[in-house]
Design a protein around this ligand. Structure first.
Ligand code: PMV
Length: 313
């Protein structure tokens, strides 16, 4: 049996604007993981995927056209097999499980697909670079999101902090000083596809206004990269607050997110913002060594469904 894993991710800066060609910064979150196990199946069995979290067993040969979940997994497997040079379908039993919450902006779909591609590659004795894996997973992301920027598959496949510009740059970079993030879950599921479509409608109705917000976000992201490289955490916190204001202006925040963001700031976070598509999902707060415990408790008290503390280095 061959096992592979992949981490979740959090977008630190630049979500939504990244869809419109502006830069964004994302980091892997190792505290949540997707895991795939691949083993040989009896001859003629074809490929079966047991998706534990979905409570489903999927036979690749019998996937129905409208079944998006199953299609995404089938597409991932078939693309990987093709990339690895397998013309015919091998007989495989695949089990997938994941602690990355679904629909909360932590990259669950990309994490599952990355673990799956890694496990298949290793099991079949192939070799793919991180970039090749990222490109394959991007094909799956298209099924989940419609018009993904590609930031999720990139940060998850590389497993390092990245500075990303759609179709142009995916630079791995290293913080000058490690820092801590507290990630609070509103408990509200928010399909990325819908929020991205709403932003598109807003942009179509008011292109000049939205472009100005995206430009403001781009400037924040550039400053944030500098602050991360310099290890200037107070500046980084302020930039998170600035980015949150822009996200509120384009209509992707929510009362639940703002309650958690306010609680984190009051408890001593250096800055806080929503992360990912918004409307629900997770928020992130930048904390120092001596405030991470109290920010975590404040988020729980303010109603967070779950809180993750992660170190970015
Ligand atoms: O998958 P999420 O919820 O982290 O959102 C992705 C971030 C967006 O910028 C909103 C969309 C994208 O494709 O980059």
């Amino acid at each position: 049996m061959t096992v592979a894993t992949a981490p979740g991710k959090a977008i630190l800066f630049g979500e939504h604007a990244v869809v419109y060609g502006r830069p964004a910064i994302a980091v892997p979150v190792a505290e949540v993981q997707a895991r795939a196990e691949v083993e040989d199946a009896p001859a003629g069995a074809g490929i079966t995927i047991v998706a534990r979290d979905l409570g489903r067993t999927i036979h690749l040969r019998h996937v129905k056209p409208g079944d998006r979940e199953a299609l995404a997994l089938a597409r991932t497997v078939r693309n990987a097999l093709e990339r690895l040079g397998h013309r015919s379908e091998p007989d495989l039993h695949i089990t997938i499980s994941s602690s990355v919450p679904i629909g909360r902006g932590l990259g669950s779909g990309a994490a599952v697909a990355t673990a799956l591609v890694r496990a298949l590659t290793a099991h079949l004795g192939g070799y793919l670079t991180s970039r090749e894996i990222s490109d394959l997973v991007y094909q799956t992301e298209i099924l989940h999101h419609g018009t993904p920027s590609g930031i999720d598959n990139t940060v998850i496949a590389f497993g390092k902090p990245i500075f990303f510009v759609k179709g142009q740059r995916d630079d791995v970079f290293w913080p000058g000083r490690p820092f801590w993030l507290v990630i609070g879950d509103t408990g509200v599921s928010s399909p990325t596809r819908e929020v991205v479509a709403d932003v598109r409608r807003g942009w179509e109705a008011d292109p000049v206004g939205y472009e100005a917000h995206f430009d403001a976000i781009a400037a924040i992201v550039e400053d944030a990269r500098r602050a991360i490289i310099d290890g200037n955490l107070p500046a980084l916190g302020r930039l998170m607050d600035d980015n949150q204001r822009e996200l509120e202006a384009i209509g992707v925040s929510s009362p639940e997110l703002e309650t958690l963001i306010g609680a984190a700031r009051e408890a001593g976070a250096l800055g806080a913002k929503l992360s990912g598509a918004g409307r629900g999902g997770n928020m992130i707060a930048l904390v120092e060594d001596d405030t991470r415990g109290q920010v975590r408790l404040a988020l729980m008290a303010a109603g967070a469904r779950n809180v993750i503390v992660t170190r970015v280095s």
